[in-house]
Design a protein around this ligand. Sequence first.
Ligand code: FAD
Ligand code: NAD
Length: 462
Amino acid sequence: MTARHTQVLIIGGGPGGYVAGIRAGQLGLETVVVDGLPLGGTCLNVGCIPSKALIHVADEFAIATDQAKRAPLGISVADPTIDLGQAVAWKDGIVRKLNSGVGRLLAKAHTDVVEGWCTLVDGKTADVTGVDGSTQRITADHVVIATGSEPVALPAIPFGDGVISSTEALALTEVPPLLAVIGGGYIGLELGMAFAKLGSIVTVVEAEPQILPIYDRQLTAPVAKSLTALGVDVLTGTTAVELTDDGLVVEGSDGRRTIAADTVLVTVGRRPRVSGVGLEHLGLSMNGPFIAIDDRCHTSMRNVWAIGDVTGEPMLAHRAMKQGEVVAEAIAGRPAAFDPTAIPAIVFTDPEIVTVGLSPEQAEADGLDVIVGRFPLQANSRSMTLASDRGFVRAVARADDHLVVGLQAVGRSVAELSTAFGLALEMGARLEDIGDTIHAHPTIGEGLAESALAALGHALHI
Ligand code: FAD
Ligand code: NAD
């Protein structure tokens, strides 16, 4: 076994680990990133990027199909077909380009990459088994655990034999004719909707009384309506029981029924990847299933740090990336803390949902006296020119000083509003600041200014 020493050892090259690797290298720290899989982690290889590519394919196909059937825009298209194998090859090309791009960024920062699996021996030592079978021991002044998360399996319906996770769903080369999705959260709805557009007959089974249970019903209602329009059967308040030769047996308040399915996609959440890393040798404090960290991403052991999905909710790539920056700065001795006002979240369904900060209900539950402004996108000219009039933009602000505490939207192409929403909250905007800002016309972003004006009681376009 060979041996080497480095200042910073990062275990995992996902959005958390690779960003930490780039920033640590930029700050002049000798850094090694270890990952047994291609750089970019879940997000780049089997998560954010592949899913958004598949959703784009499904959207384009749905538009073509709609033109062929109804020609609402006067465009005639003859009988579109989908070659999912080709679409997946296109998606794989994007992934490969990004894998090598991340490698180049790390090389530019003079950060080394070791392809292999890392097991911690103690808080300063790890053994790495290379993908080529080689072994090496790496000692480090600082260790950053960025091992991410993995899909949760259902014990009664284990993966294999037609039961797949998002990873396999993103590599299918044939559209499954009968797809049952267990879990109506982020992944179940993003992918379930995409496959419905590609031609699958989709049933979504959700245990809670509504889809996307972490969001309020005003936000989820347009998505539920769109699922119905796509012919997706959504069974809420229902759990999956077992898989038989006849299909997926589910149980709701009205008893048991069997759903015909050739493919079952299980998307009931993800859990932190804490086993197989040697954490048992460290005895770190835990926060439930996650590694406990402070606001500098420091664990309970000196000079052992943790970032990303392995440290808690929300399990989102941009949280992991920001923590990656923070941890590198903290290790370099700079004043740094992960202390965002809010973390934006987007559900890439059709329509999309974007949220930052508190919903009206959450603000009230926090004891805040709030005013709420809501602007329907039906009154937004840009939405109309995009052939879409669904959804709204909502502003939530403190009643006394009008400080904005939450911004939400649901509608076509609203995901990009996350930038303005995030900036508004992070910079402490008041409703008047948003209302006074000149928003370009015609844009969906005008809905943000209108929602602020609506909260102040003088919206212009409703
Ligand atoms: P990961 O990306 O999971 O990376 C961890 C890395 O550590 C992996 O590459 C793994 O191989 C490596 N590793 C683990 N153990 C070891 C070991 N012992 N030795 C060496 N290496 C190891 N988030 C968003 O913000 N937006 C989205 O649109 C979005 N879409 C998603 C869609 C899907 C289908 C899925 C599954 C997830 C999606 N996410 C999305 C979530 C996002 O992918 C994660 O939040 C993000 O990848 C977390 O980054 P991370 O660096 O913490 O971990
Ligand atoms: P999720 O937590 O979003 O949704 C899981 C859903 O499954 C929940 O609605 C839950 O009530 C339901 N459920 C749980 N057990 C069930 C059962 N036995 N039967 C029926 N329903 C059941 O989890 P996910 O969709 O697997 O996604 C995992 C994580 O990945 C997300 O929480 C998010 O952090 C991340 N992600 C983000 C994006 C994005 O940012 N656009 C996209 C995909 C994934």
